[in-house]
Design a protein around this ligand. Structure first.
Ligand code: HEM
Length: 353
């Protein structure tokens, strides 16, 4: 894209790799069941890139972005195309001590900017447009805390993939045409009993996380027994290759309310990777030895979504008869191929990919 007067390049829609910002909003909504509500949401989502432009252009240097992700319950009616292969509602994970609950959510808006007011303005217009078609289930306002620290005091996000590894670990490829160009997203809202955490020594905290607190140096993996958060979340595939996810966790809360929180958000090309991490954290590896971070972090929510590619999003309001798969579902009789009424009009076909 062209560089603007501010020297910043506008960020592509649905860029899950958008830069870490000073401020973020995590907005989880449910969609009304009537067809009117679904149609209204579809229209708003198809125009989301325009809305981002409208607000971000007022200060491009603040890097406003919005990624929308769609849950399994509403996908068929809303998208009218096959679901990404792994997409299903968040499955609760029950360990012997801690549980990761599953909570409602049809849409997730991940709004990011370096200015809180731009996030506010974007969310205001977005909710105006969605109107009565949606219900807000959770709105969490995240803020940057010093050098990307969580409220436990640790630098959070260091191990994220960078460069070529970023799209490789987050963007679905040709292995799943229904999800190609998009990403699975899992969110969980955690609160911390901060006094109990502060009562630990720095060494105890570092052993739980698996990194040093002041200078963020990785500690060695435990050879046996209790594993650190870092070690439990190191996952390999069948060929022994390490598989990464992208995390954009943000602190939230306020001292006066006594709420100290971490909003976890993970993007992945493969949903099973995040699910494996949750199992290792909540059930433990070996089972029983759960992630000690959970003794100081309570999961209040848990929802799974899929962030479709920008192309799929922009074509949501196209005539469904023109959608890739629609010709197969309209009529699968041998005559269908020669029925001109059922044939998709080439002019309105969605863009490839
Ligand atoms: C690493 C904090 C929940 C996955 C880390 C690190 C911190 C941290 C401080 C070390 C620095 C880094 O590499 O980013 C937290 C907090 C959480 C939380 C405060 C919530 C209370 C989760 C959850 C998952 C997860 C729910 C996955 C489902 C990871 C991964 C790493 C990591 C993959 C990197 C491991 C590696 O070194 O390869 N987390 N985390 N975290 N966390 Fe979390």
């Amino acid at each position: 894209g062209a560089t603007t007067a501010s020297g910043r390049v506008p960020i592509e829609p649905q860029s899950i790799d958008a830069p870490l910002t000073q401020s973020a909003v995590f907005l989880v909504l449910t969609v009304g069941d009537d067809p009117g509500a679904v149609a209204q949401v579809r229209d708003v989502l198809a125009g989301l890139d325009e809305l981002v432009k409208t607000v971000s252009f007022r200060d491009l240097s603040s890097a406003l972005t919005c990624t929308v992700a769609i849950g399994a319950r509403v996908w068929p009616a809303l998208v009218r195309r096959p679901m990404p292969a792994e997409l299903h509602p968040f499955r609760p994970v029950r360990g012997s001590t801690h549980t990761a609950p599953s909570t409602p959510g049809d849409l997730l808006f991940h709004i990011r900017a370096d200015r809180r007011d731009l996030c506010f303005e974007f969310e205001r217009i977005l909710l105006d447009q969605l109107g009565a078609a949606v219900t807000v289930v959770d709105e969490t306002i995240g803020f940057r805390y010093f050098d990307v620290r969580d409220l436990l005091g640790f630098v959070d996000g260091t191990a994220n993939p960078v460069g070529r590894e970023l799209p490789e670990s987050t963007i679905v490829g040709p292995e799943d045409p229904a999800g190609e160009g998009g990403s699975y997203v899992v969110v969980q809202k955690y609160t911390h009993p901060i006094e109990a955490w502060r009562a630990l020594s720095t060494e105890q905290q570092e052993a739980i996380i698996g990194r040093t607190k002041a200078d963020n140096i990785e500690l060695d993996d435990a050879v046996s027994g209790q594993k650190s958060h870092k070690t439990l979340n190191t996952i390999t595939d069948d060929s022994g290759e390490e598989v990464d996810i992208l995390r954009d966790n943000m602190p939230f809360g306020s001292p006066a309310s006594g709420e100290f929180g971490t909003y976890f958000i993970g993007y992945s090309r493969r949903l099973w990777v995040i699910e494996r991490m949750l199992e290792r954290m909540f059930i433990g590896d070996p089972p029983g030895l759960h992630d000690r971070i959970l003794d100081f972090s309570t999961a209040l929510t848990g929802s799974t979504f899929f962030a479709p590619s920008a192309d799929l999003l922009a074509s949501l309001d196209d005539d469904p008869a023109a959608a890739d798969d629609a010709s197969a579902t309209v009529n699968d009789s041998p005559d269908a191929a020669t029925d001109t009424d059922a044939a998709p009009a080439p002019a309105s076909a969605p863009p490839p990919g």
